[in-house]
Design a protein around this ligand. Structure first.
Ligand SMILES: Cc1cc2nc3c(=O)[nH]c(=O)nc-3n(C[C@H](O)[C@H](O)[C@H](O)COP(=O)(O)O)c2cc1C
Length: 184
């Protein structure tokens, strides 16, 4: 079965990035994939140190990426780029983890500018030989368009803007399709 793992690069307990990724993951599950979420807010991953081997949960997290056929990578926009939390995770995982892996990109912004963030993700995923899909999702003013489910846990995560919801669900499906193509 095709395995899709989402990686959420926010440390916020009430993260819009994680909520949007869940929408994409649900669509991937509806397309027949087995799904998993790595929430970087809840893992033990120290700042990458090149002189150290395994650190905290690093080996288990790398294994989850290696075993994935597709990855949904999500980050908040920080200073026009992606978060340091995501970059730290990126420093642990290289082409051994991402070769033959389809990757879909998603960014949430407080304001209106997510283009640089998606470009930075795209070029750094290319560096580790991932197959980034052309379809991508950027969410402007994320706090007004993404409901995290924190106030109403029964409701679950939701994207209230219809176009963005459809776009995000499509990201989940596109990553499943491409994961099936690039798998060896
Ligand atoms: C350190 C920091 C830097 C940020 N930089 C930007 C930025 O450059 N542009 C922008 O639109 N929003 C910026 N934001 C807002 C976040 O991108 C926005 O709130 C995002 O949706 C948070 O995602 P989360 O809920 O998953 O943590 C910044 C937030 C923080 C904490």
């Amino acid at each position: 079965m095709t395995r899709i793992v989402a990686v959420s690069g926010s440390r916020s307990a009430d993260s819009t990035t994680r909520a949007a990724l869940r929408v994409a993951l649900d669509a991937a599950a509806d397309a027949g994939a087995e799904t998993d979420l790595i929430d970087l807010a809840t893992v033990d991953l120290p700042l990458y140190h090149p002189d150290e081997g395994a650190q905290g949960d690093s080996e288990a997290l790398k294994r989850r990426i290696r075993e994935a056929d597709g990855v949904l990578a999500g980050t908040p926009v920080y200073r026009g780029s992606y978060s340091s939390t995501f970059k730290n995770f990126h420093d642990f995982c290289g082409s051994d983890e991402y070769a033959n892996t389809a990757v879909g990109l998603l960014a949430t912004a407080g304001g209106g500018s997510y283009g640089g963030t998606l470009e930075h993700l795209r070029s750094t995923f290319r560096n580790v030989h991932a197959w980034t899909v052309p379809h991508e999702v950027g969410i402007q003013g994320a706090s007004s368009k993404v409901e995290t489910g924190a106030t109403d846990p029964g409701a679950g995560p939701r994207i209230t803007d219809e176009d963005l919801r459809r776009r995000t669900e499509r990201l989940g499906r596109v990553v499943v399709e491409h994961a099936e193509r690039v798998r060896e």
